[in-house]
Design a protein. Structure first.
Length: 401
C-alpha cells in the first residue's frame, strides 16, 4: 500500500509524544514493505523533501499568520483567535496537501494532529475514494487548546469559543472511515460530544520500547537502601500535577526523597522551588531516561489534565517500576495492569499522600522491580502496533456507504 500520513510536525521539529509516535509508526510500516509518505509543517516558505529511513518526509509551509510552535512566543488573544479561525477551513493548506496527494496517489490517508492543515483534506480524499484513517492524539478537533482543560479544571462542557472554532471539524468527522486512539477514554470523550459517534473505532497503543525491563539486581545500592526515592519525569507544569505531588510529599513523614526530571518555564519552576525548599527534593532538569529510572524506586504520574495515555506509564511497565498514578484521562486503562501500582484522585494531595505513606510503610516491597505481563508489553511492540495499523489501513468492512 501507499500511505500518506499527515501530522502537524515531524522530528526533529518539537519532538513530543505525537511526533515521536508518528515517526515510529511510519518507519515501522515502511520497514514492512509499504510506501510511506509523511506530510508535516515547517517554518519556511518552500516545500522540503527528505528521507527518514523508509519514510519520505514532505515538510510544507504553514499557511497561517504566525508559527505557533516557537518556545516562549505567545501572541495576543485577538491574533490567536485569527489563527484558529483560519485553521477551521484553511484553503491554502488544503491546496498544498491536495497537490502533494495527487503526486503521491495514496491508497490510504492517515491523519493525526491536523493543526495548521485543517480537516478539509478529508473532503478531497472521500471524493477520490481514498480510505481515511484518523488517529486521535489529543483533543484538538474539539478544543482550541487541544487539552479539554482550562483554568486547571477539566472542560466537562465545551466552551462557546471552542464550539465556534471547531464546528467545521465536527461536521467533517463523518467523512472518516475509521478512527483510532491509544486510549478508550479519548474515543469515548469525542463520541460523547458528537465526534465520530457513527465511525468504527479501536484502541491501538503507540509503539514503545518494551525490551528495557530492569531488575532490582541491576540497580546496585538500592535494593537494601533505607527509605524510598520517588520520581517525576516530564515537563514541569501545572497540568502534569507537580503542585499536587509537592503538596502531598511534603506533608508526609518518613525517609523519602523526590527526584524531578524535566524542564519548564523558568519562573514557574523557581516559584515551586521557593515554596518547597525541602533539601530532599532534587530538581534534576533534563536527564537521560534510563539513568532517571535507575535512580528511583517509585514513579509518580500526577497528570491533572485528561492525558490520553502518558508514555511514562508505558516506560514504567517496561522497566517494572512501581508506580503511583492519578485517575486522569486514559492512564487507569493500563495503570492497573502494572505488577505494583496504586491510583489516587488527581486533584487531591491527601489522596496521594496516603499512597505515599502506604509505600513508605513497606519500602522493601516498593523498591523491588517486577516484570509486567509479557502479553501486555507485546501490545506496545513495533510488530504489534504496525500490524494493527496495517490491518486498519487495508480494511474496507467499516467503510461508510
Amino acid at each position: 500500500m501507499r500511505i500518506l500520513i499527515v501530522n502537524t510536525l515531524y522530528p526533529p521539529s518539537l519532538v513530543g509524544g505525537a511526533e515521536r509516535s508518528v515517526a515510529l509508526l511510519g518507519r515501522a510500516v515502511g520497514a514492512r514493505g509499504h510506501d510511506v509518505h509523511v506530510a508535516s509543517l515547517h517554518d519556511g516558505d518552500t516545500i522540503i523533501e527528505e528521507r527518514d529511513g523508509p519514510v519520505t518526509v514532505h515538510r510544507l509551509p504553514l499557511r497561517n499568520i504566525y508559527w505557533p510552535f516557537r518556545p516562549g512566543h505567545r501572541p495576543s488573544k485577538p491574533v490567536r483567535l485569527m489563527w484558529h479561525l483560519r485553521d477551521r477551513k484553511n484553503r491554502r493548506a488544503t491546496r498544498d496537501l491536495i497537490a502533494l496527494a495527487k503526486r503521491i496517489k495514496p491508497d490510504v490517508l492517515h491523519t493525526n494532529n491536523l493543526q495548521g492543515f485543517s480537516t478539509e483534506i478529508w473532503h478531497w480524499a472521500r471524493a477520490n475514494d481514498i480510505r481515511i484513517v484518523h488517529t486521535l492524539r489529543d483533543y484538538s478537533l474539539m478544543c482550541a487548546r487541544a487539552a479539554l482543560y482550562r483554568d486547571r479544571k477539566d472542560c466537562v462542557e465545551r466552551c462557546a469559543d471552542c464550539r465556534l472554532l471547531t464546528d467545521r471539524k465536527k461536521r467533517n468527522t463523518p467523512l472518516v472511515d475509521a478512527v483510532a486512539s491509544n486510549s478508550q477514554y479519548v474515543i469515548d470523550t469525542h463520541e460523547r460530544h458528537g465526534f465520530f459517534d457513527d465511525t468504527p473505532s479501536r484502541v491501538i497503543f503507540n509503539i514503545a520500547d518494551v525490551n528495557a525491563v530492569v531488575s532490582s539486581a541491576e540497580r546496585p545500592g538500592r535494593e537494601d537502601a533505607p527509605g524510598l526515592v520517588f520520581g517525576v519525569i516530564g515537563r514541569v507544569e501545572p497540568e502534569k500535577g507537580i503542585e499536587v505531588v509537592l503538596a502531598a510529599i511534603t506533608s508526609v513523614e518518613g525517609d523519602w526523597r523526590l527526584r524531578i526530571a524535566g524542564g519548564g518555564q523558568t519562573d514557574y519552576i523557581d516559584g515551586l522551588k521557593a515554596r518547597h525548599p525541602d533539601p530532599r527534593i532534587d530538581w534534576m532538569g533534563f536527564v537521560e531516561a534510563d539513568a532517571f529510572y535507575d535512580s528511583i524506586d517509585v514513579l509518580i504520574i500526577g497528570s491533572t489534565w485528561p492525558e490520553p495515555l502518558p508514555r511514562t506509564m508505558i516506560e514504567s511497565l517496561a522497566r517494572g517500576t512501581p508506580t503511583l498514578y492519578s485517575d486522569a484521562g486514559g492512564t487507569p486503562e493500563i495503570g492497573h495492569m502494572a505488577p505494583l501500582s496504586a491510583m489516587y484522585a488527581k486533584d487531591d494531595p491527601e489522596a496521594l499522600a496516603s499512597r505515599l505513606r502506604l509505600a513508605l510503610d513497606d519500602p522493601a516491597t516498593w523498591r523491588a522491580r517486577r516484570t509486567a505481563d509479557p502479553a501486555l508489553l507485546e501490545q506496545f511492540s513495533e510488530a504489534a502496533v504496525a500490524g494493527r495499523y496495517i490491518a486498519l489501513y487495508a480494511s474496507d468492512a467499516d467503510r461508510p456507504v
